[in-house]
Design a protein around this ligand. Sequence first.
Ligand code: SAM
Length: 279
Amino acid sequence: MPVSLLGAAEIRRLAADLDVTPTKKLGQNFVVDANTVRKIVHAARVTASDRVVEIGPGLGSLTLAILETGASVVAVEIDHRLAERLPTTAAAHDVPEGRLEVIDADALRVEELPGEPSVLVANLPYNVSVPVLLHFLETFPYLQRGVVMVQAEVGERLAAPPGSKVYGAPSVKAAWYGSWRLAGTVSRQVFWPVPNVDSVLVAFDRDAEPRGTEEHRRRTFQIVDAAFQQRRKMLRQALAGVLGGTAAEASERLQAVGVDPTLRGEQLTVDDYARIAAV
Ligand code: SAM
């Protein structure tokens, strides 16, 4: 029997049954439209041989769409009531035994994932979307690619190239791990409750080789944070503190790695930042 998807009426019934009133605090906007969850799974190119991790499965709309492809899923959900119910919902929708594992935990604190999933698919809780993404990329090197739904501003920032208006610390940090691109827009009307922000899909592919060691990454991120904390200042001023010297000393160090000290943080690529951090 093929896996069947959740309909809007069933989602509301499940929520009522569990006494779940969606909360802003946990970013609970549930997708109630089968076309949208299929679109996300399609954008992520999920196939039967994939092992997928989903963050925040909620009542299971996206989870079932992933499982419909034949893939296996490990899902991390912070809301105990939702985490507890998900296996029952999956069984009622003809998901074969053993294809879904649910971890009842805060995704920001998860340190291991059973079966080393290589694909991330999620409709992320919007209040923690960037920290959760960066935590997953840092902690699970076997994650190779993914598609996530996020608030439009966040998605645009993640995929922004240097020099663009929305390029910021999250853009550089995300680029440390791989390449990012916008992969579609999603109407507000497919959510319950309807959010007051627009949403987009963002896709990523991890680079074939890691860009540097953990220590190098940490140092790079420190420099990125310093550059964007004072984004209107020239780098020689913005980075003086974090490079441990005066503006003149910062200038010297920047020039030594081929970076113009009069530029601003938003003009540098992740490679530039990594070079500054490597000195
Ligand atoms: N995937 C479902 C869907 O598309 O309908 C729900 C998406 S909803 C935007 C976000 C989900 O993430 C909620 O189920 C919420 O309880 C869960 N969540 C919020 N913060 C979380 C965290 N720190 N770790 C794990 N799950 C979290």
